[in-house]
Design a binder for this molecule. Structure first.
Ligand SMILES: [Zn+2]
Length: 218
């Protein structure tokens, strides 16, 4: 059986692909993270959301991903920490007034195209093209360049005025170390929320039990 010239190729033989891997254009790879949804790989379009690890997604792609319960669902390894919509924050982005859309910027000049971005920092005007660090505030979702955050020390959001602390600052598409730090912060935040919920619940139970007891004794 088999081996008669009609052998069925195994999966790994099919997906191996060419041996020579093309050298990845680092700039293009970097730009991709800032322009494409980390779940659907489609171009980012408002409403755009970010997870607590600082990755960018199209909101509709996240909803679609969360709603998909079919056995064929393609599990996105990088999105396993997104369990519901509360795990992402809708971003308050500032449009780049000189941005004329993807098409207008495709002049064949790849270098220049990669410099352009649809969004800017509302404080210092830097373009969000992946060359400068950008972050968002967990409380309000407003997005700024790191330079603005460092140069103008503030305890309230530059854009909407909501107060925040250092732990609320989430770096977008950060380095490995920054991601590890964000992962730790995310776990801390989740644990805190869990404990708070538990505390509230036991408090309510306590009140219920107490009132039941008082009612019973009266
Ligand atoms: Zn804000």
């Amino acid at each position: 059986m088999g081996c008669d010239g009609g052998t069925i190729p195994k999966r790994h033989e099919l997906v191996k692909g060419p041996k020579k891997v093309e050298q990845v254009d680092k700039n293009a790879a970097l730009a991709a993270r800032w322009n494409y949804c980390a779940i659907s790989q489609r171009p980012l379009r408002k409403p755009i959301v970010a997870c607590e690890l600082g990755r960018l997604y199209n909101k509709d792609a996240v909803i679609e991903y969360l709603l998909d319960t079919s056995p064929e669902k393609c599990i996105i390894v990088t999105a396993t920490h997104i369990k519901n919509l509360k795990d992402v924050k809708q971003l308050n982005l500032t449009d780049n007034p000189t941005w004329k859309g993807d098409k207008a910027n495709t002049k064949g000049d790849k270098y220049e195209d990669l410099q352009r971005a649809a969004f800017i920092c509302p404080v210092v005007g830097l373009e969000m093209n992946g060359r400068q660090k950008f972050c968002y505030l967990h409380a309000c979702g407003c997005v700024f360049s790191e330079r603005a955050m460092k140069e103008i020390k503030t305890e309230v959001c530059h854009k909407c005025g909501e107060s925040f602390n250092e732990d609320d600052v989430i770096v977008l598409n950060g380095s490995k170390e920054e991601m590890a730090d964000l992962q730790r912060k995310m776990e801390e935040r989740k644990l805190k929320a869990k404990l708070l919920k538990k505390a509230r619940k036991s408090k309510t139970t306590e009140t219920v039990v107490k009132s039941a007891l008082t009612e019973g004794t009266v």
